[in-house]
Design a protein around this ligand. Structure first.
Ligand code: HEC
Length: 139
């Protein structure tokens, strides 16, 4: 009788374990996934995982603009020169692209134009491309 109860308990706990994993597997897998999918920048496994600039090459000026600059430069928020507003850009463009690149990377002291427009993971080259994109569309 004792053995029977023991076996019963075993079977019951096995069933319980199976139920548990069935119900929670998805949740657990989702939780583990961020670790199992961790990839090293440049690793082919990262391609398509998006995000990392180094893995997928530099983002285009348009992508950077849409992600990091548009918030101010599409609307003129904080006094930003609007992309497409040739009058607002003419005097700036006259300063030369190097000056504008420098403003893009370093920001403009005392204004809402913070370094790299706040895009901490943008490379200098990506900022240059975004500046090119903005200038090309503001002449
Ligand atoms: C939080 C708002 C904000 C964001 C985001 C922002 N800018 Fe600006 N930007 C400004 C403002 C305000 C100015 C005008 C500064 C001034 O008074 O000369 C400006 C000016 C500029 C200028 C002209 C600077 C000059 O020397 O005339 C460039 C180039 C520029 N931004 C590039 C960018 C790029 C590239 C991004 C995205 C990576 C970006 N900005 C994101 C607010 C912003």
């Amino acid at each position: 009788m004792r053995i029977f109860a023991f076996v019963l308990a075993l079977v019951a706990s096995a069933a319980f374990a199976a139920d548990l994993s069935k119900e929670q597997r998805a949740e657990i897998e989702a939780r583990i996934q961020s670790y199992s999918q961790a990839c090293v920048v440049g690793d082919e496994a990262c391609a398509g995982a998006g995000a990392t600039a180094a893995a997928s090459g530099p983002r285009s000026g348009e992508d950077v603009y849409n992600g990091a600059c548009m918030a101010c430069h599409a609307t003129g928020a904080a006094g930003a020169p609007k992309v497409g507003d040739a009058a607002a850009w003419a005097a700036r463009i006259d300063k030369g692209m190097d000056a504008l690149y420098a403003s893009g990377v370093n920001g403009v002291a005392g204004t809402g134009m913070i370094a790299k427009g706040g895009c901490g993971d943008c490379s200098d080259e990506e900022i240059y491309a975004a500046v090119d994109y903005m200038v090309d569309n503001s002449k």
